[in-house]
Design a protein around this ligand. Structure first.
Ligand code: FES
Length: 909
């Protein structure tokens, strides 16, 4: 019997028994203090920071058994008498968050830091990770630093209105999926494969089932055998159907073997260890080139899988595009460069892990509250694999603690839902940080071979690109990612003779999936490095070479067949982006690198383009109504993944209806309460869901004017809707009064529509960096970074700027430090934040973001997508700056000090 311990949390007394080995973090969450966030369980991220006797500690590392006699303060205890602390207020004023998962820990750490310079503050915050903001908004909040001023606008659009979720985030309200549990909750855990490739001969479950507290054990023998893809894509689904709830075969270290449902996480984990699995080990293949050429291993030999391009060669998907005559193009070239670029698998590292909670409602509806970017796709996939009608499955999201594409997958919802169906009980499945690194998805590791022919003046005459993407054990997103790795970077430049061949190849490694930039990130590194090298070898200015060849309005877009051309140029401000970046960095063509002893400084640039959502297939529904109480209700299936899109969508409606954002109540992303929306991915939310909101608001505006016109028997054209009222020359009617009159006449004032874009407008960006290379150590330091983005209208400039800085810093990690290391069995060797290094506040250089606003004729109120493009440019720009500084070309990421040193010293490995 454990001795109960007495302690205080936020001045409330508790007496609790604490199990040996349990952490203060788990104790606090069990007691309902949801502002203490669990993200790494290893003391590396700071999300679980609390004060112990007034001093910040990582509660995940602190043993619960040592809490007796102590006083703990969590974020919920920082405000006094309902009054937020000055720092909480500063985070609200500066919007020092996006998803907010890191925010309580940031505030609790920063409350104890005062009087520091920015550099010292950044160093002091190294123990608190943020994956969304790029830290600038956080530092601005703590230091109360001024933010860039924006052009003054009169309506809601163009204003940096605060995100609606801010007050909940800075006070630690229970808003995330794992913060709330229905009564009687069970927990699910999965036994994962220790082998890269094996057939499961048998799983003996007796011991696990006999463990007290275990409610169900599920193996491949207990689940429906239906092949599906985990990718949340609109129909017709382009991905191979090659995944099963549980399978008799495992295809990577970390693959699902069996699931246990139990009273607690600890019991479920213990029961997993009691499962006895008999494996027949199979030969495996980790190298995609070997997998498609010469390996006898067939990773998907099961007959149920579908839509695999060539299973005997492990090719999940293939893309072939061609325009002009590639042979004639190269024959006409004065100079030809061939190079290979090698990009690693990297992890999204959103701080909130995958987590789902499922239960059965009173009427038997299966309900899943989950951290997803695609609730409607999730509902469809669950309906197919569980053989339930869609209307008997409700999927909705809570606040999402970051996704970046990794939550465009159905990874936790499926087994969780099945477990509820089997037990009749609510079930929660929350991934550990190790599972995030070893059992979710990565960015596709990719090898790109690019051959380019140019005239002596730098005019492109031929480009031939081959991209081999490692899609890992499953093909989710493989073909579409590889497609964009060629389509976008090649399409950015005019070239009459172009060929692209792309392969998404299965290997016995962690699956790859959607990740911000979606292939364009890999392709941009190859293309932008390549063009820079051509310019260097020809003695041309690299910016001039790009300008000479860049796509311009009116040009055909893309490569090859017309049906692949689903983008267009609406607005085009690429020239202005160049000008702004060149000015900001004081770039002078031909300027030599600066040399100071062993340190060399150089400048580098890169350009990128990205679509705004997916045309035709990506649909968004909206229902917008004037409610009897006089406010508007906006229902949208769009998913705010923490970026602030819920606020931006309300700004669009508020602009059209000429009311304040506060007059719009928003209900979002719930399959049973909101219209269909394809979800948040592909830079679609503002461009497509926002356009649906725009059109619905315009429709409703017309209805309001017509209703008033009927009342007053006057033409609607003579009426004005402004400032929450409709006016004629002689009369005025508030919207509240109008709503009551409409209700009395039983006349609904509601606009409901679905929208799909015919074309997707292209967004452009130019980024420049100055770097310093220490030639003795190989360390690269980015000194300055400027990114200009041609984004159309910035609906909410601060949100756009936050996206840009966050995306740039994510790209910085890709450039310099992030890489999943695999051993010879395909086992990931760095499944945690201590060994997988995402940028900390101290690693981030000054980043200037220039929003180049030129209204797009196709986007809502002129807006284009901005979520992904910001990640693409920084890695090639750094590589180009290193080449400028040192003359050495790096063609492999990340550019670690060791790789740079070896390249400088021509040391092969
Ligand atoms: Fe920091 Fe999302 S806002 S992790």
């Amino acid at each position: 019997m454990l001795e109960p311990l007495s302690f205080q949390v936020n001045a409330q007394p508790y007496t609790e028994a604490c199990a040996p080995g349990s952490s203060l973090l788990s104790l606090l969450r069990r007691l309902g203090w949801a502002g203490v966030h669990a993200a790494c369980a290893s003391g590396d991220c700071g999300s679980c920071t609390v004060w112990l006797e007034g001093e910040p500690i990582h509660s995940c590392l602190y043993p619960a058994q040592r809490i007796g006699g102590h006083a703990v303060t969590t974020i919920e205890g920082v405000a006094q008498d309902g009054q937020l602390s000055p720092l909480q207020q500063a985070f609200l004023a500066h919007q020092g968050f996006q998803c907010g998962f890191c925010t309580p820990g940031m505030i609790l750490s920063a409350e104890k830091l005062s009087g520091l310079s920015e550099a010292d503050l950044r160093l002091a915050l190294r123990g608190n990770l943020c994956r969304c903001t790029g830290y600038q908004a956080i530092v601005n909040s703590i230091l109360n630093q001024p933010e860039p001023s924006e052009p003054v606008t009169t309506g809601a659009v163009g204003q940096s209105i605060a995100k609606q979720d801010g007050p909940a985030l800075v006070t630690g309200q229970p808003v995330y999926t794992a913060d709330w549990s229905p009564p009687g909750l069970l927990h699910l855990k999965v036994l994962r494969s220790p082998h890269a490739h094996a057939r499961i001969r048998q799983i003996r479950t007796d011991l696990a089932k006999a463990l007290p507290g275990v409610h169900a054990v599920l193996t491949y023998a207990d689940v429906p055998r239906r092949a599906y893809t985990t990718a949340g894509h609109a129909e017709p689904v382009p991905d191979p159907l090659d995944h099963f709830l549980l399978d008799y075969k495992v295809r990577f270290v970390g693959d699902r073997v069996a699931a246990v449902v139990a009273e607690s996480v600890a019991i479920a984990e213990q029961a997993c260890q009691l499962l006895e699995v008999e494996y027949e080990l199979l030969p495996f293949v980790l190298d995609p080139e070997l997998a498609m050429n010469g390996s006898s291993v067939i990773i998907h030999d099961e007959p149920e899988s579908q839509q695999i391009y060539a299973r005997d060669r492990n090719i999940a998907g293939h893309v072939a595009l061609e325009s002009g005559n590639i042979a004639q193009g190269f024959a006409a070239a004065d100079f030809i460069l061939e190079a290979t670029y090698t990009l690693p698998a990297v992890q999204h590292a959103h701080l909130e892990p995958h987590v789902s909670t499922s239960w059965l409602d009173e009427d038997g509806t299966l309900v899943i509250r989950t951290s997803t970017q695609v609730p409607f796709h999730c509902q469809r996939i669950l309906s197919e694999i569980l053989d339930l009608p869609r209307d008997k499955i409700r999927v909705f999201k809570a606040q999402i603690g970051g996704g970046f594409g990794n939550k465009q997958e159905v990874l936790s919802e499926d087994l969780c839902a099945l477990a509820t169906l089997r037990t009749g009980r609510p079930v929660q499945w929350e991934f550990t940080r190790t599972e995030e690194f070893t059992a979710t998805n990565s960015r596709h590791a990719m090898t790109l071979r690019l051959k380019t022919g140019v005239k002596a003046d730098g005019t492109l005459v031929a480009q031939d690109l081959e991209a081999i993407g490692n899609t890992g054990a499953y093909g989710n997103h493989g073909q579409t990612v590889v497609f964009l790795a060629g389509y976008l970077p090649l399409g950015l430049y005019r070239c009459a003779n172009t060929r692209f061949r792309g392969y998404a190849v299965y290997t016995n490694t962690l699956p790859a999936g959607a990740f911000r930039g979606y292939g364009a990130t890999q392709g941009s590194f190859a293309m932008e490095s390549h063009l820079d090298e051509i310019a260097r070898q020809l003695g041309l200015d690299p910016l001039e070479l790009r300008r000479k060849n860049l796509i311009r309005p009116g040009d055909p877009i893309g490569v090859g067949r017309s049906e692949d051309h689903f983008n267009l140029i609406g607005s085009y401000a690429l020239d202005e982006c160049f000008t702004k970046v060149v000015q900001a960095l004081d770039y002078v063509p031909g300027q030599p690198p600066r040399v100071e002893g062993l340190r060399r400084r150089g400048l580098g640039f890169a350009v990128s383009m990205q679509g705004s959502g997916l045309s035709k297939v990506h649909t968004a529904g909206v229902r917008l109504s004037l409610e009897p109480e006089g406010h508007f209700c906006l229902k949208t299936g769009a998913v705010d993944v923490g970026t602030g899109s819920d606020t931006s969508l309300r700004q669009i409606a508020a602009q059209i209806l000429d009311v304040s954002v506060g007059d719009l109540q928003l209900i979002s992303a719930d399959t049973h309460r909101t219209p269909f929306d394809a979800g948040s991915y592909a830079s679609s939310t503002i461009y497509i869901s926002g356009q649906a909101v725009n059109l619905a608001a315009q429709n409703l505006r017309g209805q309001l004017l017509n209703f008033a016109a009927q009342l007053w028997q006057t033409p609607a054209e003579t009426l004005v809707l402004a400032a929450g009222a409709i006016r004629s020359a002689t009369q005025q009617l508030s919207l509240g009064h109008l709503a009551q009159l409409a209700q009395a006449q039983q006349q609904p004032l509601v606009a409901e529509l679905a929208y799909a874009a015919d074309e997707s407008s292209l967004t452009f960006a130019v980024l420049g960096v100055e770097v310093e290379v220490d030639t003795e150590t190989g360390k690269i330091q980015v000194l300055r970074c400027v990114q200009a983005i041609d984004l159309g209208t910035a609906i909410n400039p601060r949100i756009c700027r936050g996206q840009a800085i966050g995306g740039t810093v994510m790209g910085l990690g890709y450039a310099l430090s992030e890489e999943l290391w695999l051993d010879q069995q395909g086992r990931i060797l760095n499944p945690g934040f201590r060994t997988y290094r995402i940028p900390t506040a101290a690693d981030v250089p000054p980043i200037e973001v220039i929003l180049v606003q030129k209204a797009d004729p196709y986007g809502p109120l002129g807006a284009k997508g901005v979520g992904e493009i910001t990640t693409n440019c920084i890695a090639p720009a750094i590589a180009n700056a290193v080449a400028h500084a040192t003359g050495v070309r790096l063609s492999q990421l990340p550019m670690t000090p060791e790789r740079v040193w070896r390249a400088l010293n021509r040391d092969p490995a």
